[in-house]
Design a protein around this ligand. Sequence first.
Ligand SMILES: *[C@@H]1O[C@H](CO)[C@@H](O)[C@H](O)[C@H]1NC(C)=O
Ligand SMILES: *[C@@H]1O[C@H](CO)[C@@H](O)[C@H](O)[C@H]1NC(C)=O
Length: 267
Amino acid sequence: MKLSWAALGLVLLAPLAVRAVEPISLGLALAGVLTGYISYPRLYCLFAECCSQKQSLSRDALQKDLDSKLFGQHLAKKVILNAVSGFISNPKPKKPLTLSLHGWTGTGKNFVSKIIAENIYEGGLNSDYVHLFVATLHFPHVSNITLYKDQLQSWIRGNVSACARSIFIFDEMDKMHAGLIDAIKPYLDYYDNLDGVSYQKAIFVFLSNAGAERITDVALDFWRSGKQREEIKLRDMEHALSVSAFNNKNMHGLLITVTSLVAEHGL
Ligand SMILES: *[C@@H]1O[C@H](CO)[C@@H](O)[C@H](O)[C@H]1NC(C)=O
Ligand SMILES: *[C@@H]1O[C@H](CO)[C@@H](O)[C@H](O)[C@H]1NC(C)=O
């Protein structure tokens, strides 16, 4: 009898004890565990995307992505691979990485920017640290150019302050107002800091159709003279792109080039 009373007593006590103990102390214990996790950045970044999440970008993974998704662009592939992996692994770059991709629609310009974004941030183009601007979509009205300039500068500044390794992609550069391009230029230079913000770890990608005709011409010249596309060197493209009077041939773009890298990165 005594035993069963005791048992009953225990049963009656148990829910009370659980109610009394669980929400408070167990809750606190849990909170302790959680804050323990959250205050530990690496673990936190397992659950949420972090700025510079993949500080050590995998060169192999990037190469694999470029090889499997980008066809016939040997030049662009090589330059992009070297430039991006070299830049990411440099702890103290002197200036931001500036990639300028030229070529017709369908040559894979947008694809390349997507691949780069995905190899640096899990969320790719949807990441909080990757910003895509399309000239005709985001800056459509010439009359509002001053407003766009201020906005763009404050966005670049704000985002880089929050995350040094921010990526900005500008599509349709050929349709972008010259005033807006001027507004971006200061951020691309060798400044240690500009109004207290350092832009040296940021990445700027510019996409445009400009120069596509000349690229096509160079590729055609090589083809005509019986050379392989793989023999085309970046320097040939640099030369082609520096010729300002582009011929207007209605050919399909064959190549992407990455300019402004030759001098900066010794490619
Ligand atoms: C320019 O911006 C102002 C707001 O600052 C807006 O009222 C106006 O409609 C805009 N103009 C155009 C052409 O979008
Ligand atoms: C970052 O850029 C986005 C545009 O991509 C903008 O809407 C946002 O306000 C910027 N953030 C800061 C802090 O400036």
